[in-house]
Design a binder for this molecule. Structure first.
Ligand code: ZN
Length: 630
């Protein structure tokens, strides 16, 4: 059984399953372990506590709509949790978790109606009718997550009750929304990726056909108008005609991922290249240094080009997940390392940032400048989403924690791929990769402390009697200084892909050395809100200035000396001063009368920077990624 996260029928690179890429330790191993021991159980506890699983019980007991809790899409978080558990059970064989998953599915199954319809929020007496609120109802969005959960279960465990439920739901929606049915789409894309993957899993082409219909219908105003405009749910312009991602960032990235799936399976080069161009534009002008996407709180939306304010960054954790879903699909389709670059940036600086060290608190939005120290969120009640400035245990709308859980459980898939020629390593963590080539099984093990240092040692553990490839991504940030050492022969490697083709013997080693030392980052001056500011990156990590490390304690008044950067084996420091008060009366000065506003008024002091993903793990603080130089 191949435990693939996605399984395109064609593409430059073939995916490897979570059974073929195992992460055994290091930065990501620790996070997978935290997911296994804490994050998933935390999500289980909260979907119960919030009554979101109880909604299914209430449906059976005839207590809906009165007893229903949560927003329209509450069912989806139960499905995302089940997906996370399914991958985790596949990864570790956790039998206790398997029992809990079955118990959840047993509570969902009886709610499915005779025709396959399944949702706790619609269609009963006293509820809005089925499919009467497509712009906001999220009914098909919920099915999309159900289908993804079923694929995870099917590929890791087999065709069980969850897969049967999903099949009935998918058949139902093809009947209702197929040709001659309701000529519309769901306000929140997600059904598209769900349907295509379910088509791949079941070999049933009608599910793919339905996904294609949804992609083609969208963008013609089928959802009507709403206050935030049609672009909010990407219904203003067909995706194949769009220029850049716009509107709600999670919707936009999920839709684009679904469009790539449809394009790949239907050989639609125009659609594929349209999404490739839109992502390129979005990366060039609408993406934060962290990889975060979405710069407007209003509509949780992308801003215009170069509209990337640090302190108003929305950068929802789920938009990071959506970006990774999309970039992974494009990596498989094209083999281009730039997609793995963005996956790396987003993993280290959005996905790793969301959960706190405790595994029981999460960011929903990921600001790049926190102006005021947050309040510690209550541990026993859900927080409002964007209002929380510290990680919170749960949210009224809590899409992000379960999204982090399913991403961490299936993480290995993103790290390596295969072709008929060999293995490609895209991300670096201690672990193993195995695959079958025509000549037999090949395998490698990876040892590294990345990203603490840039040394990655790859050892051949299984080989064949003919040449095969080990291909390594040299990240775009490794502008110079990367080297590859194959059995003692060293050569320089620029950013991109280094392919080593040899008749490898078991025990052969390849040493990749990446220059992770800290360096300054200068923004494109067209990002007007960042002019005159600098940031620091260390390898794949974006660094930040946090008030707990700052003598003055005030990051808002900080000014940085651009000559001051040091990196002592990962202890990164810069000189920070603090600007003083200029006027207590009116903050706009006439330089002809008053002279120019004064510069730093405190002495510059060496100050330690913190990896952005680790901020706010030491109590309430203020923080900034971009530091003014004046
Ligand atoms: Zn979210």
């Amino acid at each position: 059984m191949s435990e693939h996260l996605v399984s395109p029928s064609t593409g430059t690179l073939q995916p490897l399953g979570i059974d073929q890429v195992r992460i055994t330790g290091g930065f990501w191993g620790e996070r997978q372990q935290l997911n296994a021991t804490t994050i998933i159980e935390h999500c289980e506890k909260w979907v119960e506590k919030m009554g979101w699983v109880g909604n299914f019980d209430a449906a059976i007991a005839g207590r809906l709509p009165g007893a229903r809790t949560g927003r329209q899409f509450a069912d989806s978080d139960v499905y995302k949790l089940i997906e996370a558990m399914a991958w985790e059970i596949g990864r570790t064989g956790d039998l206790a978790m398997d029992e809990r998953l079955r118990a959840l599915v047993d509570r969902i199954a009886p709610v499915q109606e005779a025709d396959g319809y399944l949702n706790t929020n619609f269609g009963r007496r006293g509820q809005v009718g089925r499919y009467e609120d497509l712009p906001h109802g999220h009914e098909l969005y919920c099915y999309g997550h159900l289908l993804q959960a079923a694929v995870a279960r099917g590929r890791t465990t087999g065709d069980d009750l969850l897969v049967q439920i999903a099949r009935r739901a998918a058949d139902h929606l093809c009947e209702v929304f197929g040709d001659g049915g309701i000529e519309s789409v769901c306000g929140h894309p997600e059904i598209e990726v769900g349907l295509v993957e379910f088509a791949r899993y079941t070999n049933e082409p009608k599910y793919l056909q339905q996904a294609k219909l949804f992609i083609d219908r969208r963008g013609h105003g089928v959802l009507g108008d709403l206050e935030l405009g049609r672009s909010y749910f990407q219904d203003d312009i067909p995706i194949r005609k769009s220029r850049a991602f716009a509107g709600h960032a999670v919707r936009a990235t999920y839709l684009a991922a679904g469009a790539v799936d449809v394009a790949v399976e239907t050989d639609d080069e125009e659609l594929l290249h349209s999404v490739i161009d839109q992502l390129a534009h979005t990366v060039a002008a609408r993406t934060y240094l962290t990889g975060g996407m979405g710069s407007r709180h209003e509509g949780e939306a992308f801003g215009g080009d170069f509209e990337l304010p640090s302190d108003r960054a929305y950068a929802e954790t789920c938009a990071g997940v959506g970006s990774i879903m999309l970039n992974y699909r494009l990596l498989l389709a094209t083999g281009e390392p730039r997609y793995a670059d963005l996956i790396e940036r987003t993993l280290f600086n959005v996905i790793a940032t969301a959960p706190g060290d405790d595994g029981q608190s999460f960011y929903y939005t990921n600001t790049l400048h926190q102006r005021e120290p947050g309040e510690i969120a209550p541990t026993d009640e859900a927080s409002m989403r964007a209002a929380s400035s510290l990680r919170a245990p749960w949210y009224e709308v809590s899409c992000c924690p379960t999204n982090v859980a399913r991403t961490l459980a299936s993480l290995g898939s993103y790290f390596a791929t295969a072709t008929a020629e060999g293995i490609q390593l895209h991300q670096y963590a201690p672990g193993t990769v195995t695959t079958e080539l025509d000549g037999g099984a090949v395998g490698i093990s990876v040892a590294t402390e990345y990203p603490n240092n840039g040394e990655v040692t790859i050892e051949v553990t299984d080989t064949i009697d003919e040449p095969w490839d080990i291909a390594l991504r040299v990240p775009a940030w490794a502008k110079e200084g990367a080297t590859v050492n194959v059995n003692g022969t060293i050569r320089n490697a620029g950013p991109g892909t280094v392919t080593l083709r040899e008749t490898f013997a078991v025990g052969d080693t390849v040493q990749l050395s990446l220059p992770v030392e800290a360096h300054w980052v200068e923004p494109d001056p067209r990002i007007d809100s960042l002019r005159g500011q600098l940031a620091v990156e260390r390898g794949p990590l974006v660094m930040c200035l946090e008030s707990v490390d700052l003598q003055s304690g005030d990051v808002n008044a900080a000014t940085v000396d651009r000559g001051s950067l040091t990196d002592d084996s990962g202890r990164v420091t810069v000189s920070i001063g603090s600007i003083g008060d200029v006027s207590d009366e009116w903050p706009y000065l006439d330089p002809a009368v008053m002279g120019a506003p004064t510069g730093p008024t405190t002495e510059m002091a060496p100050t330690t920077l913190t990896p952005y993903h680790a901020w706010a793990n030491r109590g309430p603080s203020t923080m900034r990624v971009w530091m003014p130089t004046g």
